[in-house]
Design a protein around this ligand. Structure first.
Ligand code: SAM
Ligand code: SF4
Length: 320
């Protein structure tokens, strides 16, 4: 079992396979970065898998593949298969913008993927275009349907942004409720890489918007999910991820690996250590020792709860 310096059991590894993306979401990567990590500096799937095996052997039970946009990296279904064949009861999930799912959902499901989280910030084509800076909505909706048809469990992530998609939160909730997909509204986390004019909403403001149409009650927090869940009076459960309260840090169970082999103990902070050399040299014990050292130094909580703090971390690098 992996335990951090605050006694929290860490059993969830998020693995970014690329920082590249085919969208330019205003809250994440509004412009193409000055330079991408050169392809030769990325860990191969074989090397990422070597580290995932270390983590699973040490007690990780859930692996989520993310990015950037993970479906941009060729051969993702083979990577999924490597992990699912190593441990078939692993909770294996993917976070994606859904744009490339129409052609890949079935292959991913066949390879052993169980669940996906998709980003869906708007149901109005022009608004979705404004957020992603590309005409994406119809393909994204086809991608979500393809995942559903392939039997993947679906959750939806939405980042409410002031003056952009705020008039649609009830419609987004209704869409997900009809489809029986849990939706989680994520408070915008301020970061240096987002559009400087981007402004989000806090949980209370999001609840107030939803109260115009829905009656709901707060549910007691269980497990390690960062989501504070709410139940509507007709039984639909949705969530709000509230990093500005940092409540979920007390039960944080996650660690992140970037595509270039950097282990990140907290989404907010820049602290990290690389496992790249150890993995490429097949020094498996050394990689396990670095993992434990990173966990021993995992911060107690993020700093978004402090007024006007902005993280220097790029979401497209850490995988969110
Ligand atoms: N490209 C995939 C996607 O969009 O789902 C996976 C990577 S993306 C970085 C993972 C998650 O981070 C998405 O749900 C996205 O909405 C969220 N995210 C990105 N930037 C964020 C920000 N500044 N605040 C809150 N959530 C953010
Ligand atoms: Fe790309 Fe996802 Fe970031 Fe949007 S949130 S720019 S889809 S990585």
């Amino acid at each position: 079992m992996l335990v951090d310096g605050y006694g929290r059991e860490v059993d969830y590894l998020r693995v970014s396979v690329t920082e590249r993306c085919n969208f330019r979401c205003q809250y994440c990567m509004p412009e193409k970065p000055f330079s991408w990590v050169p392809k030769e500096n990325l860990l191969s799937y074989e090397d990422l898998f070597k580290f995932i095996k270390v983590a699973i052997d040490e007690g990780v039970k859930k692996v989520r593949i993310t990015g950037g946009e993970p479906l941009l990296r060729e051969g993702l279904d083979n990577f999924v298969r490597m992990i699912s064949e190593y441990k078939d009861d692993i909770d294996l999930a993917l976070t994606t913008n859904a744009y490339l799912l129409p052609g890949s959902a079935q292959k991913l499901a066949d390879a052993g993927l169980k669940r996906i989280n998709v980003s869906l910030d708007s149901l109005i084509p022009e608004v979705a275009h404004k957020i992603a800076q590309k005409d994406v909505l119809s393909t994204v909706l086809k991608g979500i349907q393809a995942a559903d048809d392939a039997g993947l469990k679906i959750k939806v992530n939405c980042v409410p942004m002031q003056g952009i998609n705020d008039s649609e939160l009830c419609d987004l909730l209704e869409f997900c409720k009809q489809k029986n997909y849990p939706i989680r509204f994520i408070e915008f986390m301020e970061n240096d890489h987002a559009d400087s004019s981007a402004k989000g909403y806090d949980s209370i403001q999001i609840q107030n918007i939803l109260k115009a149409k829905y009656k709901f009650e707060k549910l007691e927090r269980t497990g390690s999910s960062p989501s504070q869940d709410y139940k509507t009076d007709d039984g639909y459960v949705f969530g709000i991820i509230e990093p500005h309260k940092d409540d979920f840090c007390a039960t944080c169970n996650r660690i992140r690996l970037t595509a270039s082999g950097v282990l990140i103990p907290c989404l907010y902070f820049e602290d990290s250590q690389s496992i790249k050399e150890a993995i490429q040299n097949n020094e498996i014990d050394k990689a396990a020792a670095i993992l434990k050292d990173v966990l021993a130094n995992k911060p107690e909580k993020n700093k978004w709860s402090e007024d006007s703090t902005v993280s220097a971390r790029a979401f497209y690098e850490t995988g969110g």
